[in-house]
Design a protein around this ligand. Sequence first.
Ligand code: NOJ
Length: 835
Amino acid sequence: MVDDRADETEGQHANTSRRTFLKATGAATATAGVGTGAVSAASEDREGKEGHTDIEAMLSELTLEQKVGQMTQVDVGTFDPDSTEIPDSFGVETLGEYFSELELGSIISGGASPPTFDAEETVMGINALQEYNLENSEHSIPFLWGVDALHGNTLLAGSTSFPQRINMGATRDIETIEDAARHTADSAAAMGAHWTFAPTTDLQRDPRWGRFYEGITEDPTYLGEVSKARVRGLESNDRLCSTVKHFGAYSIPENGNDRAHARTSMRDLRTSLLPPYRTALEAEPKTVMVNSGAVNGKPAHASEWLLTQMLRERYGFDGLVVSDYDDFYRMLSNHDYTDSFRRAVKEGLNAGVDMYMIGNGGEAPGPAEFIETTVSLVEDGEISMECLDESVRRVLELKAELGLFEEPTVDPSEIHSVLGGAQEESERLAEESMVLLKNEDALPLSGDENVLLTGPGYDPVLDIENRFLIRHGGWTLGWQGVQEGAPTEGGPRPRGETITEAVEGSLDGELTHVPTDFRAQPYNPETSDANGDFGFTDEQEEEVREAAGSADAVVVILGEGPHNEGFGDRDELALDPAQRELVAAIEEEAPDTPVVGVVLAGSPRGGAETFDSLDAVVFAGQPGSDGGRAVAGTLLGENNPSGKLAFNWPESVGKVPNNYDAYPPLDDQEPLYAFGHGLSYTDFEYSDLSVAPGSVSDPASTPTVTASVDVENTGDEAGEHIVEVYNTQSFGSVLQPNRRLLGYERVELGSGESATVELDLDLSALEVVPGDVPGILPKVVEAGEYELSVGEETTALTVEDAGSITDDRPAIGFDPDADGDDYSAVVEFLRGLGR
Ligand code: NOJ
């Protein structure tokens, strides 16, 4: 098919379009042997090994600027830099030049914002654009379309919006998370996408950061395992590739400000921040995206240590590395690292980036400038041709692996059979992610009560109910949440039922609903601490007081608006004052009525100042399409909550960072709710904890042991329960984290039932970087005695000799004699320290 297209297009262009571009960029060099004659000759030879397209032949046909074109990716949602409107189609008229002129390798619809949210229009649009590309570009190389399908294929109306990542973490249900990813892959591929920029594998560390909700957990081992499963799921469809992002250490920006510099240590990088990516890479994702920030004084995009030495040489990644949005330019605009775009491009490509993602227009250089700059860098010998070819090869290989040369377009009928599916998985994850933080006999409701349901959920300007925005969160039919937080009545939505509808459907008593003011203003930094404008008008107060006075129970929704990236950064974790006034009014009006808070948020929002006034609190996170059902089911006892926090809920913002695996001392660091906290409507008791083998002579050869514990449901309700084994005490040559999660298992037990639960414990979670401050020695599980705990039950595991499980080599980068032998250089280095 490629041959045919190449033959058809050969000569047609007479290189006019290319000339226009060359004029525009001033670039004029073609690589040896390239020209229309060479194109057709080499084209005949394209079907190479294993039926795959002959990449080398193709590579040899491309001019230098065409090669760089393949390394270029552009956001099509923002094609017109003067317009903030999303184009209403894929517009061959507006986008066509990307292919006929620049032969771009890839386009994206960043921010879950395709030109249209309509499934059919999207598929037809992308097919038409691809066909245009194949007909009008000189080499007819199909483009890759990348999207942010991050919690479902949430680019289309009617899609299933799975619970956000903060919810996924609470489930400890890797299997269902993988199933959800599989559905996402099928839906995104049927839509015509080839690439999703998931899974986010950035370790939760700071709830002030606007992307906290995208983290799964603050436990590195659990995060790695979930991310690995998501890679498997997302790449289960041959037409879609995943992206492990944002490599590495993106999640600890100073002050919680997105894309600020990350100050960390070699020990912390090697123990906590990088291991989740390493584990995810075991599933062989086809691509990796780079951290937009800077780490220890170096922009990640310019870090050869991160992108080549660690990622490729140490972790063995051989796929494609894509930059994040405009991030070569961000070295100038954000990091003040250089004032030269040319230098930024040079450092980025030499460090290991294969494809440059270009966003918004505005100040940032567009594709023509990137191509021109790179061409001139190669011509001047500042980027080698080998380096460039390697990147282009990766782009072309990715296209071949995804079958784009054989089938560049998709069957438009497929999307309808998959859109909005996997409801069972979505419901399961939503239910499993409900975390009951507090319950003083207020829950579950019997269902016979007359209930007042209130809390943010009404947009006073648009005059519509809008609580669903909070339920879905960011990356849902828009970057900052549905249509950037300004939905129209009846406008496009993911599939789903609201909390109000679901409660109404299940309650036998009467429901009074008084939504209070909430305006999503995601781009307004003034409101970003609360992630929205919240209000409690006099009329609403009157209605709330009247209804509360006669209600048998009050359910008050609390939390924060949808948000994303820097616009979501917050300096506060306490709830917005209007929400606190609402709680105070209910408390005053109905002091003896049970009041239940449901927190819908992407961070640990709220503290004792509000929760002390509530009789029960459910953390529902951002539970997505089936979150309405899950919340209603939890309130009414149809779902016995089983979610467990996968991060510490700090007492207040002043206690941040407040990580569960912090080093001692932990005085004054007690969280409000600890990692692993989550109540149930029944009780579980443990006994007979043991571990086998109880002693491990070498963790390298015995990386897993098995714990066994008896669990009994001693309460009156059936329920699911997550049994967790932690390491709670150990000593070594360096500080040991306060607690480390070693294994977890979900069990389901009827009232009075018990079971013996066996759990595999991953000893790599016990690895530390021994040695002094530099933190450069090989990681090991040190010899010693490790206390293991399940609830109050404890036992001990003995490690006789230290051993490495995940990596027995010292840190990279200590090779001053440049002989490629890090270890001897480390020895020298340590000797030097001793002198
Ligand atoms: C910037 C974000 O950091 C990244 O996660 C996302 O995939 C890209 N934009 C594309 O939208």
